[in-house]
Design a protein. Structure first.
Lengths: 214, 252
């Protein structure tokens, strides 16, 4: 016989998985915007705001489950972690939106800021893979997959610092490009951090252990 | 300083052929609340009744193993069982005041143990009622019949009666199961307060109550101690899958 709390947990899970899919789409669009100049600023803004409101909905649902059923053990760990993960997903959305802002705000052209010595494809590809992995890990409650985020996060950090060094050693001629690149890699690095947080939450839900993947 | 008050070692209890407690071993912390939880018939009540040898009164009961209180084995032949039961008080599921006045209920223990009379007895009654958070509600009607009190007040009176003989350990067997939420909240707050001075062991079916009031939690299942640890860990991340299933309502 299923428990009363199970229906609520199922609803919350569905909401979190939906957020994951939307968050991945949002990050992907923002990278298209920055790297290829696709104009999706408005679309990304709407998605980001949707993620914020879904995050609030998830929080309300989680609080309701706590109030109604006083969950413990794995139920409690799941609910608490889903609240955190909902926030992480909303941050994916927010950083994605910020990425789409960059060129618009600085009023520079994309072509003026592309330099072959800057490993932007590499860092954005890895961050996108982290986003996807974090979402798969939470959908499957897969600890082994979550743990792979640790190595990926280190790789992203390494590229991030390599980019910073390049910006100092071989600064693009336009100051706007320096700022643009800096903001872009910074936002990507933060997205990678949130992917690692999600991995940590998956491990906590399944094992009860608190580990750092950063 | 942190001390263990009770040390239970390899405790087994049988009622005739029924092996009710199976090799239970753990230590109970002094001046803390320890909750004992588990499904009906798992041996919770038998376990606490082993701590003041109340099981001895049941025909067909046999016990092996040891229970040490402050380093003294209470199952040694030369132990004074009456003194033990003074030191280890008990409060039951259903409030069971004597058919006497409020005052006489509390004075009963000190009188039969001949530890006080007259003014000293008055002081013990007042102190015990204050400690049980009942004094303000009954100070003007101490000689009323105890049955005129509400259920929650009767239970606090029973706690005051247990406190009157200056126990060190208080055993409580489902002390709130017959009470409404408001009376339950008062008893729970009282249990927390009492643990500053006494070692309190509470048997409860109510998991949330165990989580609210206890410092340590033991989980018994079919006579075996499955898990024992600090309450936060037991409720957030139990080690045993059986505990996980029990507290999340997946069986039991």
């Amino acid at each position: 016989m299923s428990r009363l709390i199970d229906a609520g947990l199922e609803q919350l899970s569905r909401l979190i998985f939906k957020m994951g899919d939307l968050a991945e789409k949002t990050v992907l669009l923002s990278l298209d915007c920055y790297m290829k100049g696709v104009d999706v600023h408005e679309k990304v803004r709407v998605l980001s705001e949707t993620l914020v409101s879904l995050s609030e909905e998830a929080e309300d649902k989680a609080v309701e489950l706590i109030a109604r059923y006083q969950p413990v053990a794995s139920d409690l760990r799941t609910i608490k972690s889903y609240m955190k993960i909902a926030y992480d997903f909303s941050r994916y959305g927010r950083y994605a939106w910020d990425i789409t802002h960059i060129h618009k705000r600085l009023d520079i052209k994309l072509d003026e800021c592309r330099f072959p010595w800057m490993p932007l494809e590499e860092i954005s590809g890895k961050v996108l893979r982290m986003v996807h992995t974090s979402i798969e890990a939470i959908k499957k409650h897969d600890v082994a997959l979550a743990k792979t985020l640790n190595a990926m996060e280190r790789e992203v950090d390494e590229i991030y610092y390599r980019c910073l060094d390049k910006l100092v050693e071989q600064p693009p001629p336009l100051t706007g490009c320096v700022v643009s690149t800096l903001l872009f890699i910074r936002h990507l690095e933060r997205i990678a951090d949130h992917a690692a947080y999600i991995g940590e939450s998956v491990i906590y839900i399944v094992t009860g252990e608190r580990v750092s993947l950063r | 300083m942190v001390n263990d008050k009770i040390d239970i070692r390899n405790l087994n209890v049988w009622f005739r052929d029924n092996h009710v407690l199976k090799d239970v071993s753990f230590k109970i912390r002094e001046n803390a609340v320890t909750a004992i939880m588990g499904p009906s018939g798992c041996g919770k009540t038998t376990l606490i009744r082993a701590i003041n040898r109340m099981n001895d009164l049941i025909y067909g009961c046999r016990t092996s193993g040891d229970v040490y209180i402050d380093g003294h084995n209470i199952y040694d032949g030369n132990i004074n069982v009456y003194e033990l039961r003074r030191k280890v008080g008990m409060v039951f599921q259903k409030p069971n005041p004597f058919p006497k006045s409020i005052y006489e209920n509390v004075a009963f223990g000190p009188r039969i143990h001949k530890v006080a009379s007259g003014r000293e007895l008055d002081e013990i009654v007042e102190r015990s009622l204050r400690e049980a958070a009942l004094w303000d509600e009954v100070k003007d009607r101490l000689h009323d019949n105890a049955f005129n009190l509400s259920g929650g007040q009767q239970q606090r009176l029973c706690i005051a009666r247990a406190l009157a003989v200056k126990p060190e350990i208080i055993l409580m067997d489902e002390p709130c199961s017959a009470l409404d939420p408001a009376a339950t909240a008062k008893i729970e707050a009282l249990i927390r307060r009492l643990s500053k001075k006494y070692t309190v062991i509470v048997v409860t079916h109510n998991l949330q109550q165990a989580a609210r009031i206890s410092d340590f939690t033991a989980f018994l299942y079919m006579g075996k101690l499955i898990e024992y640890g600090d309450t936060k860990s037991v409720f957030e991340n139990p080690h045993s899958e059986l505990t996980e299933k029990y507290i999340t309502g997946k069986f039991g």
